[in-house]
Design a protein around this ligand. Structure first.
Ligand SMILES: [Zn+2]
Ligand SMILES: [Zn+2]
Ligand SMILES: [Zn+2]
Length: 256
């Protein structure tokens, strides 16, 4: 099955540029240094799936002229990954369907809490129509013909889930991953993994830590995402990365 993957956003929680920052990256004219909040779009077999819907979801849909999404998969409950869920109202309205949301029970609970007006007996008229699908007990699940395998990790003390889909896998906001979860990634050709910056961070892989996981998986190509402004300028960093490893940037597409 051929797939098209689009990086809708590749930035850390605050995005790049950061409000009020005058560093070289935040003031760069190169579009590849501008990073919306991390999100990935997968198009295959007539379906369109988005992983995470952060505060830039609306802008990402408009920029890529996306009018409909078949499902949204969430990695965890942080707002830079869930803050745009209200924006699915336009899709609810024009496309006349609820938005299926796939996530862990923990994240589902957070969505119900954060968007309390969208659930329950006192559901507010016009609130987003979200149907939550809990994945905790599933080894895999499918959106049309596209199969997703949850891959679990830790984001400091918070559980986080990434997804393998065929020969590609997407992990974001990981700080650690157990060996048995790495096994689920065997054979992927493209690994997308968070690499916040070059120096260590308490809750995110650095580029060196993400590189170490990539070496265990040994995909053909690795793309680092969820980068902060300390990552450096794209044109300066990209040539320094090991062979087959790249900095992702907003708008980058991969065809598989
Ligand atoms: Zn994040
Ligand atoms: Zn900056
Ligand atoms: Zn996070």
């Amino acid at each position: 099955m051929s797939k098209k993957i689009t990086f809708l956003g590749t930035g850390t929680s605050q995005g790049v540029p950061m409000i009020g920052c005058h560093c070289r990256v935040c003031t760069s004219d190169d579009e590849r240094d501008h990073r919306l909040r991390t999100s990935l779009m997968i198009e295959a077999a007539g379906k369109r799936v988005v992983i995470d819907a952060g505060p830039d979801f609306r802008q990402q849909m408009l920029h890529h002229r996306v009018e409909d999404v078949d499902a949204i998969l969430l990695t965890h409950e942080h707002r830079d990954h869930t803050g745009g869920l209200d924006e699915v109202r336009s899709i609810n309205y024009f496309r006349r369907h609820e938005m299926p949301i796939y996530c862990t029970a923990r994240t589902a609970e957070a969505v119900r809490r954060d968007y309390a007006y969208a659930f329950g007996d006192n559901r507010y008229p016009g609130a987003p129509m979200l149907s939550l699908h809990v994945i905790d007990s599933l080894d895999s699940f499918s959106i049309g013909e596209l199969e997703f395998v949850p891959v679990y990790g830790s984001h400091s003390f918070l559980p986080v889930v990434g997804y393998r889909f065929g020969d590609c896998a997407y992990l974001t906001d990981f700080k650690s991953i157990e060996a048995e979860e790495v096994e689920k990634l065997r054979g992927v050709e493209v690994l997308i993994i968070n690499g916040l910056r070059h120096t260590p961070h308490p809750s995110h892989f650095s580029i060196a830590e993400a590189t170490e996981v990539a070496r265990q998986v040994s995909p053909k190509q690795t793309y680092f995402t969820h980068c902060c402004h300390e990552i450096g300028l794209y044109t300066e960093v990209e040539p320094t990365l090991p062979e087959g490893m790249h900095l992702a940037y907003d708008g980058l597409t991969i065809r598989l």
